[in-house]
Design a protein around this ligand. Structure first.
Ligand SMILES: [Zn+2]
Length: 60
């Protein structure tokens, strides 16, 4: 299992949620309310890799 990178906005832990629609993975931060959706990424570890890439690349 791939470790999730923390929220790029506040550094808190994020939770992965499988969306109601097939093929949607949501990553939600309960501290600052940020959420990121990936469509068409139903097969792990694709969604988690996409999140980690986005979290790493975010510069704020
Ligand atoms: Zn956050």
């Amino acid at each position: 299992m791939i470790e999730l990178k923390p929220c790029p906005f506040c550094g808190s832990e994020v939770k992965k949620i499988t969306g109601a629609f097939k093929g949607t993975q949501m990553f939600v931060c309960h501290k600052c309310g940020a959420d990121v959706c990936f469509y068409g990424a139903e097969r792990e570890p694709k969604a988690t890799e996409a999140w980690n890439r986005r979290a790493k690349d975010a510069v704020h």
